[in-house]
Design a protein around this ligand. Sequence first.
Ligand SMILES: *[C@@H]1O[C@H](CO)[C@@H](O)[C@H](O)[C@H]1NC(C)=O
Ligand SMILES: *[C@@H]1O[C@H](CO)[C@@H](O)[C@H](O)[C@H]1NC(C)=O
Ligand SMILES: *[C@@H]1O[C@H](CO)[C@@H](O)[C@H](O)[C@H]1NC(C)=O
Ligand SMILES: *[C@@H]1O[C@H](CO)[C@@H](O)[C@H](O)[C@H]1NC(C)=O
Ligand SMILES: *[C@@H]1O[C@H](CO)[C@@H](O)[C@H](O)[C@H]1NC(C)=O
Ligand SMILES: *[C@@H]1O[C@H](CO)[C@@H](O)[C@H](O)[C@H]1NC(C)=O
Ligand SMILES: *[C@@H]1O[C@H](CO)[C@@H](O)[C@H](O)[C@H]1NC(C)=O
Ligand SMILES: *[C@@H]1O[C@H](CO)[C@@H](O)[C@H](O)[C@H]1NC(C)=O
Length: 532
Amino acid sequence: MERVVIAAVFLLLFSCQPSEAGRVVVRRPPPTLARRQRHYTSPRAGGDGGGGVSVPPAVQYETRWYTQRLDHFNSAPASYATFQQRYLVNDTFWGGPTAPIFLYAGNEGDVDLFTNNTGFMWESAPRFRALLVFVEHRYYGESMPFGGTRAAAFRDARTKGYLTVTQALADYASFVLSLKANLSAPAAPVVVFGGSYGGMLAAWMRLKYPHIVMGAVASSAPILSFYGIVDPYAFYDRITDDFKSESKHCYDVLRKSWDVLDDALATKEGQAQLRRTFTMCNGSSVQDIPSLLESAVVYAAMTDYPTPSGFLTPLPAYPVRAMCRAIDASRAESAEASSGAANDGNSNSTAQLTLSQVRDAMDVYYNHTGAAACFRAEEDDDPHGMYDGWNWQACTEVMVMAYGIRDGGVLQPSPFNFTDVVDSCRNYTGLPPRPFWIETEFGGFDIGNVLKKSASNIVFFNGLRDPWSTGGVLKSISDSIIALVEPKGSHHVDLRFSSKEDPEWLKQVRVKETRIIARWLKQYYSDEGIAA
Ligand SMILES: *[C@@H]1O[C@H](CO)[C@@H](O)[C@H](O)[C@H]1NC(C)=O
Ligand SMILES: *[C@@H]1O[C@H](CO)[C@@H](O)[C@H](O)[C@H]1NC(C)=O
Ligand SMILES: *[C@@H]1O[C@H](CO)[C@@H](O)[C@H](O)[C@H]1NC(C)=O
Ligand SMILES: *[C@@H]1O[C@H](CO)[C@@H](O)[C@H](O)[C@H]1NC(C)=O
Ligand SMILES: *[C@@H]1O[C@H](CO)[C@@H](O)[C@H](O)[C@H]1NC(C)=O
Ligand SMILES: *[C@@H]1O[C@H](CO)[C@@H](O)[C@H](O)[C@H]1NC(C)=O
Ligand SMILES: *[C@@H]1O[C@H](CO)[C@@H](O)[C@H](O)[C@H]1NC(C)=O
Ligand SMILES: *[C@@H]1O[C@H](CO)[C@@H](O)[C@H](O)[C@H]1NC(C)=O
């Protein structure tokens, strides 16, 4: 039994099966917003702060706990069990009982990761005299049901079964009411914020609990990335476009690199060549290179921020461009060297060139600080506690359809097959997946017409560089359901701390969001007859 489960985990994370042509077909996990942070061994002293990488200003908050109900939706005795839900508060700016509460809807990781990276809330709180509250999602961070340990919460399907979107939203709703009661602030307007999966939660919370949150800022929320609504190839198509837009040569190198890697991995000499080219850490092998390259390509596209960042891993500004520059630069170098390359006995210089180019691109992503002594496979590292929960969610209900990879893309082609996705998820969880549940619960089809008549007060931000924008709401729906779309934007870039180097378009996005929130609040106070 143990064996089967472990095999299933790897199947989901990175499933390789020989296909007709003997090539390796890779089935990808749905990428999460938040990937493992460290992919390398580095001296502790290097840290995230080194190498000129900007880190968020130190944020300060109090940690508190709320006794949360395990199951909001039935009255069977087991439902009355409780767990401790963590939340972080800063009340320094709060203007008192009718001033707004800014609530961050925690997503798939330690809540402090999002707290520390959601600068937009910190920077706008003084202006709105808002209370800042960041609530942790159940089954992540320290908010573990069944006694508080991860091992107990993730013991089996009977314990994991309470990890659902509807439970998480009901947690947030109960939490807000309790918080307001304790603050004696029943009339305080609540604006909910979130990025990525948190953005989906923010939007859905406004749809389902409009009496509890009066507006939602849903950043990079792919609420339309579900089967039958989204093109399952769109996610990876966008990543290809991102790299192509930097340079045709860069795109060509990446596209061809998969065959070169496959060929090299297939022979002893090739593997030796890979070992010479890529310094792999002990415990990792050259077999890990394709998945490392794939992650670098995917997450560079997602976090293609205009300024240096340290959200998932320390990165330079515009990492997609930086990776392409690295690839293009080694073309120039090797053109000079190629005349002399003939004396290198067996090595195939075309293949060797491609491998060095790919290595240089990986170096940009994994070694921006220069502190990475070697490349390390990711499987063993989950510092923000995301994968247990996200893999479960992505295979039970939050089945975002970001799987298909066309021929001619910057990643190894992988035809989309819905039956296979459902089967591999069933293999992983041991339960029938529910790919249509999210659409049933929250809608998605014909969203414009539906929300026009049934909803209000949501901002959807999307940056078109971000592959997740392919599942986002890109057109405004009404005067109060507004899509902000930025061609140069990336994954919830609007929520990040501002910096002096921010481009003008990004400053404008934040100005617009601030104005929209101000408008909602003005309307709220007028409707409620509260003197603002
Ligand atoms: C809230 O944040 C502000 C600005 O970061 C900080 O000055 C203040 O001390 C914090 N308050 C609490 C109670 O942590
Ligand atoms: C968030 O910031 C706090 C205080 O600045 C720090 O103690 C904590 O380690 C940070 N958490 C993460 C995940 O970066
Ligand atoms: C509100 O106060 C009650 C009673 O002290 C406490 O049990 C509950 O956790 C508090 N709610 C929040 C959100 O902290
Ligand atoms: C890897 O293991 C070898 C043999 O145990 C050791 O000599 C070497 O220092 C290790 N390298 C790293 C980077 O830890
Ligand atoms: C060198 O590698 C390239 C790409 O893998 C391949 O197309 C070519 O046939 C190889 N040439 C030799 C001489 O092995
Ligand atoms: C990381 O960068 C440093 C400095 O450029 C270099 O010495 C080191 O070899 C690089 N690490 C890897 C794995 O390439
Ligand atoms: C999808 O995969 C299943 C099982 O692997 C196979 O039977 C089916 O023909 C595939 N469908 C398509 C459209 O390729
Ligand atoms: C699921 O597991 C079954 C039985 O082990 C296996 O035959 C099948 O190929 C798996 N399906 C997928 C899509 O991985």
